[in-house]
Design a binder for this molecule. Structure first.
Ligand SMILES: Cc1cc2nc3c(=O)[nH]c(=O)nc-3n(C[C@H](O)[C@H](O)[C@H](O)COP(=O)(O)OP(=O)(O)OC[C@H]3O[C@@H](n4cnc5c(N)ncnc54)[C@H](O)[C@@H]3O)c2cc1C
Length: 494
């Protein structure tokens, strides 16, 4: 195990994109074997200090930043098993990974064998331990859903060093929402789960509970507060033979929003394998300001044009037919004739991805010039309230008077509005607008975090969403597993 103690060695572990400052810890422990996790936890327990967990530090909420105690980085636990295809069950394969395996490694291993690991939060250097702890989703979430459903098994080391070997379906909460866990030493822990149902949207804010809840779904998304994820067995999906990627333009926001709802509802309503029918695995939004960032490289478009990105899985035999169907759909929805970009070859897809990548890059460059930080939204609302949210958000952003670029996972009713303040006064206004957007999402039955989690940055919003009783229920869950609050102190609640 590597142990880092000097300020220079520790410094890289004290920053993420949250903009939170003053993180500090005594030492960073980097185990190379799962057994070493227990040693770090035992030493911290004896000394009564907290243990913050980290992977690649790409979280956006300060979740992996330590404020005292020690940091346990699982990024050197990089064991990767072979892909195992279930006998006689075409379309089912599993891959075992230790917590520090990078998302890019998983994606490469799966693709080389004709499979796909769908959760793709964009940061391919992120670790699977971090991805699962934040219940990461990303662009494929529209069709494939976020992380939980792709986890078939988990090995978790509890704060007291005891171990859980969980397989999906092996341990579920009873009718009173009590989860009867048994550790590998035979100890039984009855864990009371929260009972308030989560909002009916993509959701990554706090613990999932309720009767029938699978133990795996409690630890995925717990932001490191309930146990250390040491390894996981991931489910893989069959990779399509080919894909057709498209960037589709509409003359204004209103026509684009109507098109989104039509595409979303038609795609969700379709049945049968997606390669054999019209559909899309991603439905991503570029608002007019995001389109403006790309304008120099686009065909002429009306002022105020907005866009969506889609990706249709196909087979070699069906790509042309699927493209024709998409062209019919976009024409019927009033798309900007002749402006759409379709990518079929690897080179065309790379060029399209590079174009899309310019949006965050340009935004980051803009904000870097000011020395301030952007204020990024992660709220989502139920399907039926998407248009209410879009109209409400547009009004709040206009009244706030701070430049804001909106893009992201509109198929999940989840848009990352990025407010880009120019000075301290605008930063204060951006925070006030963010606050109003949180209220808007909650009033529409949504969530304060759809995929980035709560960390240390958004604790007050979690409390606003679930109320005092909800926080108290989550505390009871935590106390059953980590009574001294050793793991990731400060994440989710103080
Ligand atoms: C530019 C950018 C774009 C992004 N886009 C998306 C997106 O589209 N969708 C999306 O979902 N996310 C997105 N993210 C955030 C994404 O969730 C994180 O990047 C990733 O999931 C965290 O992985 P990590 O290894 O960096 O974990 P870290 O940041 O190191 O840690 C994240 C959390 O996991 C916990 N943790 C880490 N390892 C373990 C472990 N072994 N056991 C228990 N807990 C552990 C930490 O304590 C912390 O709470 C984006 C981030 C960036 C910077």
């Amino acid at each position: 195990m590597e142990i880092l103690r000097t300020p220079e060695q520790i410094a890289p572990y004290l920053a993420d994109t949250s903009g939170l400052h003053d993180a500090h810890c005594e030492a960073v422990y980097r185990p190379e074997r799962i057994e070493e996790i227990g040693d770090v936890l035992a030493a911290a327990r004896r000394r009564g200090v907290g243990v913050t967990l980290s992977g690649a530090h790409t979280a956006t909420t300060g979740a992996a930043l330590p404020y005292g105690g020690v940091l346990l980085a699982t990024d050197r636990l990089d064991g990767l098993g072979p892909i195992e295809v279930a006998a006689g069950a075409e379309g089912r394969a599993h891959l075992s990974v230790e917590a520090g395996v990078r998302l890019a490694t998983v994606q490469r291993a799966a693709a080389a064998a004709g499979w796909l690991y769908p959760p793709d939060p964009g940061e391919s250097k992120a670790t699977l331990g971090g991805n699962l702890s934040t219940h990461a989703a990303g662009k494929h979430g529209f069709h494939y859903g976020p992380s939980r459903r792709w986890v078939a098994g988990l090995t978790v080391i509890l704060a007291d060093g005891d171990r859980l070997e969980l397989t999906r379906g092996g341990c579920v909460a009873d009718e009173n929402a009590i989860l009867p866990l048994t550790t590998t030493t035979g100890r039984r822990i009855d864990v009371p789960l929260p009972t308030t149902p989560p909002p009916p949207v993509k959701h990554a804010a706090g613990y999932l509970g309720g009767p029938g809840r699978d133990a795996i779904d409690l630890f995925v998304g717990a932001e490191g507060t309930l146990g250390v994820i040491a390894s996981a067995t991931l489910r893989l999906a069959p990779a399509p033979e080919e894909t057709l990627a498209g960037l589709l333009f509409f003359p204004n926001e209103a026509s684009c929003w109507e098109a989104v709802v039509a595409i979303r509802d038609r795609a969700r309503g379709a049945t049968g394998p997606i390669e054999e029918r019209w559909g899309t695995t991603i439905l991503e939004y570029l608002d007019p300001l995001a389109v403006d960032l790309l304008r120099p490289e686009l065909s002429p478009l009306p002022a105020g044009a907005a866009a969506v990105m889609v990706e249709q899985p196909t087979s070699r035999a069906s790509t042309t037919a699927r493209l024709a169907e998409w062209q019919e759909v976009t024409d019927a929805l009033g798309g900007c004739d002749g402006a759409h970009i379709w990518a079929r070859t690897a080179g065309e897809k790379e060029a399209l991805a590079a174009l899309r990548y310019r949006i965050p890059t340009e935004m980051n460059a803009t904000i870097a010039r000011t020395g301030l930080r952007k204020v990024s939204c992660d709220m989502a609302v139920p399907d039926a309230r998407l248009l209410d949210y879009l109209h409400g958000a547009r009004d709040l952003l206009r009244d706030g008077g701070v430049r804001a670029v909106g893009f992201g996972h509109i198929g999940d009713n989840h848009i990352h509005y990025n407010l880009l303040p120019e000075d301290e006064g605008e930063l204060a206004r951006a925070r006030a607008v963010y606050d109003q957007l949180v209220d808007l999402a909650l009033n529409l039955g949504g969530t304060v975090s759809a995929e980035h989690g709560i960390g240390k940055l958004k604790r007050s919003y979690l409390a606003r969403m679930v109320g005092e009783a909800g926080i108290a229920a989550m505390r009871r869950t935590r106390e059953a597993l980590d009574p001294d609050g050793l793991l990731c102190p400060g994440n989710l609640f103080r």
